[in-house]
Design a protein around this ligand. Structure first.
Ligand SMILES: NC(=O)c1cnc(OC2CCCC2)nc1N
Length: 330
């Protein structure tokens, strides 16, 4: 119980509590390695809530008390992407994968290494940080203009409100609903006589388009980040290293990545995760293959809509689910 603190004591204590609580939350939601029991977190959280009630001017944007939502907004403002979000060229067979690799080698003049990642079936998001603080979150939209959903994304526990370093970057990734959360949500909706969501991707889209952020906060969404758009002071020269650097500065990244030196190694990764797909705690709809070296990516460039240095190998849809309707909101 915090006895009545002076303004100065409260300021110092609130800063210390934000720092400690954000570290505990990073360990729990991003590294999946909590270092303290929940009751410790809850006790400190309650103390911070009391201090913020006593001194509301001490409520900072990176305070964990801001995650519970509660703002009801009128609508979503537009969010212009200074650096566009690209889509991916799809391939559907080993032959098409080999053709992709041949085209890359022909342009580059030598074999290249690929960073292979699971293709998470969620919603693309772009996150902007200034001096370490989360300042804007947006949907992909048409790649150039999306919707500002910052208030909703603040309720997603794996999105850091403050990075481990006070740097300015813009990163992109996927916001998704874990399979277990999807099943539980649909059971609740069915019991309440509401429509159920066709799949976790629709459920995530529906959850992020909520104007009442308290509803978003209850939906247990999660993230995997995979692209650095504005590097700021980040130094990675390859996609594989960039994924590790994203994790170091505070983002949740998918651990199932693999550096492949030949198209046969890429194919082995594709087969391995096609077989593992059903046991993953989140839905994937394929594998993303990216030329690993950023300088070589730059030499390959982009077509109108997609990079020449990446391909998405698409898995056939899982057992056909009755798709009620796809929420048209990319
Ligand atoms: N859904 C995914 O998991 C995913 C999607 N896209 C990308 O990379 C694109 C982004 C810009 C060019 C390549 N990687 C991913 N892992």
């Amino acid at each position: 119980m915090s006895h009545l603190l002076t303004q100065e004591e409260a300021t110092a204590r609130a800063q210390e509590l934000r720092k400690t609580l954000n570290r505990y939350a990073f360990e729990y939601y991003v590294k999946d390695q909590p270092s303290v029991e929940d009751y410790i977190y809850d006790k400190l959280y309650t103390e911070l809530v009391q201090i913020e009630e006593q001194y509301p001017e001490l409520i900072m944007s990176d305070s964990p008390t801001q995650r519970v939502g509660g703002k009801v907004i009128e609508g979503f403002e537009k969010a212009v992407h200074d650096i566009p979000l690209y889509s991916l060229n799809d391939v559907f067979s080993k032959e098409e994968l080999i053709q992709f690799d041949q085209r890359v080698q022909k342009t580059v003049g030598h074999p290249v290494s690929y960073c292979c990642e699971l293709k998470i079936d969620g919603l693309s998001i772009s996150l902007r940080y200034e001096n370490g603080l989360f300042v804007r979150g947006a949907t992909r939209g048409d790649g150039s203009v999306g919707e500002n959903i910052t208030e909703n994304l603040k309720t997603v526990n794996s999105i850091p409100l403050r990075l481990n370093e006070d740097i300015s970057v813009e990163v992109r990734g996927e916001c998704y609903m874990p399979k277990a959360s999807f099943v539980k949500l649909n059971q609740e909706r069915e019991e309440a006589g509401q429509d159920v969501f066709a799949n976790p991707r629709n459920a995530a889209a529906g959850s992020l388009r909520q104007l009442d952020t308290k509803v978003t906060a209850q939906r247990k969404l999660d993230t995997f980040l995979y692209t650095v758009a504005d590097f700021g002071p980040m130094t990675s020269k390859t996609q594989y290293d960039a994924l590790n650097e994203l994790s170091e500065i505070g983002f949740r990244t998918n651990p199932e990545k693999r550096l492949c030196n030949t198209v046969d190694e890429v194919w082995a990764f594709i087969q391995e995760y096609h077989d593992k797909r059903a046991e993953l705690p989140y839905e994937i709809d394929g594998i993303v293959i990216k030329v690993n070296d950023f300088d070589i990516q730059e030499s390959l460039g982009f077509t109108v809509k997609a990079p020449r240095w990446a391909a998405a190998y698409k898995f056939p849809p899982e057992e056909a689910q009755t798709v009620i309707e796809d929420i048209e909101w990319t």
